[in-house]
Design a protein around this ligand. Structure first.
Ligand code: ADP
Length: 470
């Protein structure tokens, strides 16, 4: 876990440094380019201005190849080095600034002069470094055309650019190093609370699920993460405690028939018995075995439904037919208790479902309705269609269920009146199973009940359900 966090910190820092490095590189390159352009532009403007001045001086006389002393004097005053040649014929040199030899290449400029384009800039390597040159021609009215070459060493430009280059080469890596260090520190700072949450969450185990992580005051990403983790721990706590409750209830439910059987066998073996007595004991044992295996079957159903391992054989089921069949088969149980079981409003609805399990769900609901309705009572089964869901209702006029208990009714092993319900033979699993079946079909069961007036259990079964198909 710690290694992961460190690598996240490393990844964040690397990305941050990479981006900062790229930005610095682009910025440095642009800056260098801009400064380079500005210096050269400024230098070129100076050469061009001097070239204009040379042209003006040459045009003072009608023949540019014959310079008067005053012209030579003025040419010598210009900043740039000047080289004037006559164009055509012997290409004689007309003028050359003093000291020009210091910046020209050792072999001179002669071989290049033919390549020089008029009104253009060029750069060449001179004796003392790079030299920038502007060339133009002057056509004098009465003489030959003259080539004007205006040049100057690029020394101060290259010097300034080299200083800038070195400054960038030194400051950019330094800035990158500072950025990476700050980024690493920031990433560590940002991830520290995550580390704290991790080590606190690690301490929370199955035995202390009531603990919660301290929620930071800010509603930021970490606050939301902590809240989500706390909600998850709460769900875990709830599911752990319901599992514990379930295990305790299941063992309790199974222990009761086992204790009864144990006692019955003990009593039977206490002394010699006749055949009738043994038969009575075996009949009592059989009853308890049936009761125990029913509970085990129910538990197995719930376990398989929970794990999604319950195979459903879905096929078209005619609900009204199913309801009538259940009413007929439960009729004798109802009349044995003096309860009248009737099928009320019943639309003709068919849906795709596992008929066996739907029948089981109905049995459980109707069985409860009969059990918890006194003699002279009435139980009614109805079917209706609402928003493309079939609603199967089982209503009774029994004692009803207190509102405070209704929410827990579908919990496993939950009985409203423990003692009374145990007398009726239920282990408190019937409604949990009925709800499990409804949910496997993508539906739900809800209860409406009023104390003293009776209860109605409504199973909502969507007709186009895709859930629960295995
Ligand atoms: P049981 O097998 O004990 O009937 P159920 O899960 O079917 O278990 O029902 C849980 C409890 O809900 C019952 O013990 C009973 O207290 C209550 N209950 C269920 N159906 C009705 C009903 N129609 N009228 C009143 N109480 C009911």
């Amino acid at each position: 876990m710690i290694r992961r966090r460190r690598s996240l910190r490393f990844v964040l820092t690397s990305w941050y440094s990479g981006v900062v490095g790229a930005v610095l590189f682009v910025w440095g390159a642009l800056l260098y380019g801009a400064v380079h352009y500005q210096y050269l532009h400024h230098h070129d403007e100076g050469l061009r201005a001097d070239a204009r001045a040379v042209s003006a001086i040459l045009l003072l006389r009608p023949d540019c190849s014959k310079l008067a002393p005053a012209q030579v004097e003025r040419l010598a005053l210009l900043n740039s080095r000047i080289l004037l040649r006559e164009l055509g014929r012997g290409e004689e040199e007309i003028f050359r600034s003093s000291g020009i030899a210091r910046i020209l290449p050792a072999e001179g400029l002669a071989p290049r002069i033919a390549d020089i384009e008029a009104d253009s800039f060029s750069t060449f390597e001179g004796r003392a470094g790079a030299v920038r040159m502007y060339s133009t021609t002057v056509a004098s009215p009465e003489g030959p055309r003259c080539v004007v070459l205006v040049m100057d060493s690029l020394g101060h430009v290259t010097e300034a650019l080299s200083t800038l280059r070195w400054s960038l080469l030194l400051t950019v890596p330094l800035a990158l190093l500072v950025a990476a260090t700050v980024g690493y520190w920031l990433a560590g700072r940002a991830l520290r609370p995550v580390d704290e949450i991790t080590s606190l969450a690690r301490k929370i185990e199955a035995t202390n699920l009531s603990q919660r992580l301290p929620v930071p005051s800010l509603d930021d990403e970490l606050g939301r993460l902590t809240n989500t983790l706390n909600q998850m721990i709460a769900r875990l706590e709830e599911s752990f405690s319901s599992m514990r409750r379930f295990t305790a209830d299941a063992s309790h439910e199974l222990r009761t028939p086992l204790t009864i059987m144990h006692t019955a066998i003990d009593v039977a073996l206490g002394r010699e018995r006749n055949a009738t007595e043994y038969r009575q004991t075996l009949a009592a044992l059989l009853e308890e075995v049936i009761r125990t295996s029913r509970i085990v079957d129910d538990l197995m159903f719930l376990a398989r439904a929970d794990s999604g391992n319950l195979p459903l054989q879905k096929e078209p089921v005619q609900l009204d037919v199913l309801v009538s069949e259940v009413a007929v088969s439960m009729g004798s149980v109802a009349s044995a208790r003096g309860v009248s079981l009737e099928v009320g409003a019943s639309a003709s609805i068919s849906l795709v479902a596992d008929e066996r399990w739907l029948r089981q769900m109905l049995y459980n609901l109707v069985d409860n309705a009969i059990k918890f309705t006194g003699p002279e009572g009435r139980v009614e089964l109805t079917i209706e269609l609402q928003n493309d869901a079939a609603i199967l209702s089982v209503s009774d006029c029994g004692a009803g269920i207190p509102e405070s208990q209704q929410a827990r009714l579908f919990e496993r092993f939950y009985r409203v009146d423990d003692a009374r319900s145990r007398d009726t033979g239920g282990a408190g699993l019937g409604l949990a199973i009925a709800l499990g079946i409804a949910r496997l079909h993508g539906g739900d069961i809800r209860v409406e009940s009023r104390q003293g007036q009776g209860s109605t259990f409504k199973a909502y079964l969507p007709r186009a359900s895709s859930t629960g198909v295995h």
